[in-house]
Design a protein around this ligand. Structure first.
Ligand SMILES: Cc1ncc(COP(=O)(O)O)c(C=O)c1O
Length: 407
């Protein structure tokens, strides 16, 4: 064997900067499972693995599309009926939209990647919340752009710090990321905050990337489009069938580019990049039509289930000595804080919890918080009975951990 064939094949350096804690931590869980302990996976926001079911009419739409032979490549922007349905959906939420400004994507994730890749050069800056959904930082690392973090304030229910955002805008700022309703905090933003965010985007001519994948999952009912407060601000919105339509594995979503002519070149750039990946999953595009034009009664049931779990989570976590947690108002996440002793990190706590109890959460630093701050994210999609058992385990472990016995 020559030395050339024996040596390891190098990996591009950009891979080093790409981290996604929600999946990375599963490696640790597998070790715990291999050692014979049952693991309760609270790391990933997938309603299907907790028993929630995709609406039947969406499944039928995909079946029918496959049987009717819609198995070829779709147009790279997506089929017209799906784009029309998305445009009507955006417009009804207060963001006037035409189908030619909609692109059907492989989930919100692909839309985010297309937008960031179109907007940011290597060395450019993108304003990202802390804590954040980690795909943003991962994609920015991949394209060599800089994530510049703005605070969301736990003492004010995880609201974004508007003055901090304003202070971070620079000539290199290429986008402002807003996740509302939010993962990982479960916060929704009031109208004056939304207006202020739009004003920053509008006056500085910075595209606001509005991640609205949880818009239908606010416990009090669907929230309006962020752009509804200023339809001429430069906003690109993203959503999908993954969360509110209970079909995350279908990888089916959309992005819609706001009506301002300032975004026309960006729209053309996104379409150009979209050509290169041919199309999103074709048969599932028919399910977008079925989802957005059909019966949504499953959402009311889902929201009620989420509110019940959120209340239980809030009550049980706050009853634990050393833990405090803000009540979420949407989605299926809470971001509690454990008061860690000096020198101990959130990963120490989360990995200790996993090894001692089999309960798998994600440490806050995986979402960009300071490891010493002791945040961790809980996914509360499990049944209330299962969650109760989980919170018993967290309570016992935390008591021991903070007493120093398991450090
Ligand atoms: C805030 C946020 N954005 C985007 C995504 C990705 O969703 P999709 O399945 O639509 O790609 C998620 C998934 O958890 C998310 O929480």
């Amino acid at each position: 064997m020559s030395t050339r064939t024996a040596s390891a094949i190098p990996v591009a350096s950009r891979v080093g900067g790409f981290t996604y804690a929600i999946r990375n931590i599963v490696m640790e869980a597998r070790k715990v499972e291999a050692a014979g302990r049952k693991v309760r996976y609270l790391n990933i926001g997938d309603p299907i693995i907790f028993g929630f079911r995709t609406p039947a009419h969406m499944v039928e739409a995909v079946e029918r599309a496959i049987r009717d032979g819609h198995n070829g490549y779709a147009p790279s922007v997506g089929i017209l009926p799906a784009r029309e349905a998305v445009a009507a959906e955006c417009s009804s939420r207060g963001m006037p939209m035409s189908p030619d400004r909609v692109i059907i994507t492989s989930g919100t994730s692909e839309g985010i990647e297309l937008a960031l890749t179109t907007l940011a050069e290597s060395g450019d800056e993108v304003l990202v919340p802390t804590p954040t959904y980690p795909l943003y930082t991962a994609v920015l690392a991949k394209i060599g752009a800089q994530a510049v973090f703005y605070r969301t304030d736990v003492t004010r229910g995880w609201q974004p710090d508007i003055d901090h955002i304003r202070s971070l805008v620079s000539p290199r700022t290429r986008a402002l990321v807003v996740i509302d309703p939010n993962n990982p905090t479960g916060a929704t933003y009031p109208l004056d905050t939304r207006r202020a965010l739009l004003d920053i985007a509008d006056t500085n001519n910075i595209p606001l990337l509005a991640d609205e994948v949880y818009a239908d999952l606010a416990f009090d009912g669907p929230v309006a489009a962020l752009a509804a407060q200023n339809a001429d601000a430069p906003v690109i919105t993203f959503s999908s069938l993954s969360k509110a339509y209970l079909a995350p594995g279908w990888r089916s979503g959309w992005m819609a580019v706001g009506r301002t002519a300032r975004l026309d070149d960006v729209l053309a750039g996104i379409k150009k990049l979209a050509d290169g990946r041919l199309c999103s999953t074709g048969p599932m595009e028919y399910a977008i039509v079925a989802a957005l034009t059909g019966d949504r009664s499953h959402q009311a049931t889902f929201r009620a289930a989420l509110r019940e779990r959120a209340l239980l989570t809030h009550k049980r976590l706050n009853a634990i000595d050393g833990i405090s947690s803000v009540m979420p108002s949407a989605a299926f996440y809470a971001m509690p804080k454990v008061a860690l002793p000096h020198g101990v990190t959130d990963a120490d706590y989360v990995l200790g919890l996993l090894r001692a109890t089999g309960v798998l959460c994600v440490y806050g630093s995986g979402f960009g918080t300071d490891p010493a701050d002791g945040f961790f994210r809980v996914v509360f999609l499990a049944s209330p009975t299962e969650l109760s058992t989980i919170y018993d385990l967290i309570a016992d472990f935390t008591q021991d951990f903070l007493a120093g016995r398991r450090r």
